[in-house]
Design a protein around this ligand. Sequence first.
Ligand code: GTR
Length: 423
Amino acid sequence: MKNIILILLLFIAYQSPAQFEPNYDESKIPDFILPDNLISNDNETITNVDQWEKIRRPEILKLFETEVYGRIPDQEIEVEFRIVDVKKDALDGMAVRKQIKIVFSGNDRELTADLLIYLPAGRTDAVPVFVGYNFYGNHTINPDPEIWLASSWIRNNSTVDISDNKANELSRGFRTSRWPVQYILSRGYGIANLYYGDIDPDYDDNFKNGIHPLFYEKGQSKPAQDEWGSISAWAYGLIQAMNYFETDDRIDQTKVAVIGHSRLGKTSLWAGALDERFALVISNESGCGGAALSRRRIGETVGRINTVFPHWFNDNFNKYNENEDALPVDQHMLIALMAPRPVYIASAKGDPWADPKGEFLSGAYSSPVYDLYGLQGLEEENMPLLNSPINEGHIGYHIRSGEHDLTYYDWSQFLNFADRFLK
Ligand code: GTR
């Protein structure tokens, strides 16, 4: 009998994460009060840009660092950019292609991330560029046969026959629909891509692989409670790509837009918050821990995300599992960290897990910070109609029909928005 009870208990314990029942009912959202972007930790009301930039912005950034994503260690490690491949007439003459090995060295370890860049051919001036991560390797974003196959750990995927965590030829170009390279080039922009697993493979190994160990202090074997999880590490990689752009005179480093989808949208937002050199920030369906307000607890929740992806955020973030009201921040404060720079938030109707309304409201509730700069944010509190982008002020938004994905439609809106700021 005892054994049967034990087996039953083990079964229940094992089953419990899978039993998480997301709420999708607006009427079941508990009442909540959001922390105010414009009231400081000392209860001071922030009324102008100077106070925002000197007092409140640093406070909010610090709270996200210590309580959510984790602080990137201060110490510098060696980072080298090796420009290995330059092709003047890639993509049938449409693009200049560059492939750069970003080599990180620290603690007698080396890590390499491949940076792929396409710039519009036939131009000699510096161009604006979008930069973002892909999920399966640079070679998946376009059929170009000369893109290097990713060499680091890849998530298995039966549609492209990956079962040994290694990139293969079959997967070349299989994510072309997410990265319409030729279209982006034809609109006058460059596009840069990295594979996020080069910086930190996306599984929980207690931070033994990836970039973290290169930074460990003597005796350290994993990040401290407040230090970086994987999202911060990925943001660090984007910041390094930005450092490369500053060395490339064909890239206008004052006109770099950072974009990401889903977990990589959480990452683009965090990178945009950390590094104000990103001139424009785009979140595509970033959901919980991205643009969506955590306190709404619709779809994915803090407790759920920390259980299924314990490596994404820092350890402190666990304090808020099923305890969102204790958070000193919410995600409208992350959006506010972009101000006065333009930010675009995109949702999809078929993606309730990411809470489209919560993503929209983050934009709306960050608008008072844009107001300080005399800039228009998202002034509406009502969501726009389906497939009716808001592209007027410094915060853009759309909700499109369709599923959780990064599509041509999304790109068209991002490009239209970017044209107002980066052209
Ligand atoms: C889901 C996760 C989301 C989102 C998504 C993705 O499993 O719950 O937060 O990040 O993955 O990245 O596609």
